[in-house]
Ligand binder design. Structure first.
Ligand code: IMP
Ligand code: MG
Length: 186
């Protein structure tokens, strides 16, 4: 359940909940159980920053509960700049520290939309010699695909709305919300 904060954000009433905390937590545990049975060896988990950081933190702890011991390396990519629409160009803002050659890698992202971000990341890691690269996306917006890519693990199918919270932002705001919602402009 989402408790209202003691000092409410003035715009919080404009946000409609799409997936609440309990729903997300249950789905994250299901994904972890699926991942535990996927046969990864010496797994490296790579959250794509920034939007995936909350999902990744919860999923990693759920993987621990499944007895998994992944390494974690962060990849910071940018496709949106300051706008809400994708520019189509991906930039590496901060690269991995670790070497992925011969490794099993699980990429984690918040949303698979055009697919350009994850297609770029997967190609980058395969070009560097990763043995196996799979993708876990919290949300899938299937109607929006521009690149040929699908996630191996999906939290929820997302309606065609601009969503915020649980790590996801609208112009740098709302990442801290513990649930996934959208701005109700009506
Ligand atoms: P793609 O490269 O078009 O698949 O873009 C995926 C990235 O765009 C995600 O990782 C998000 O950072 C961002 N994004 C796409 N849709 C939304 C949204 O509805 N809310 C917040 N960020 C979004
Ligand atoms: Mg992102």
């Amino acid at each position: 359940m989402t408790e209202p904060p003691a000092t409410p954000h003035p715009d919080l009433h404009k946000i409609k909940t799409l997936f609440d905390e309990g729903t997300i937590a249950r789905r994250v545990d299901e994904l972890a159980a699926q991942l535990a049975g996927a046969g990864f060896e010496h797994l490296m988990v790579v959250p794509i920053l920034k939007g995936s950081f909350v999902f990744a933190a919860d999923l990693l702890r759920a993987l621990h509960r499944q007895g998994m011991t992944p390494e974690v390396e962060f990849l910071h990519l940018s496709s949106y700049g300051k706008n809400l629409t994708s520019s189509g160009t991906i930039a590496v803002l901060r690269d991995l520290d670790g070497d992925v050659e011969g490794r099993d890698v699980l990429l984690i992202d918040d949303i698979l939309e055009s697919g350009r971000t994850l297609a770029f990341a997967r190609t980058l890691l395969l070009d560097r010699g990763a043995r196996r690269v799979e993708i876990a996306a919290l949300l899938d917006k299937p109607g929006k695909r521009k690149a040929e890519i699908d996630a191996d693990y999906i939290g929820f199918t997302c309606p065609d709305k601009f969503v915020i919270g649980y790590g996801m932002d609208a112009r740098h705001a709302w990442r801290e919300l513990p649930f996934i919602g959208y701005l109700d402009e009506g």
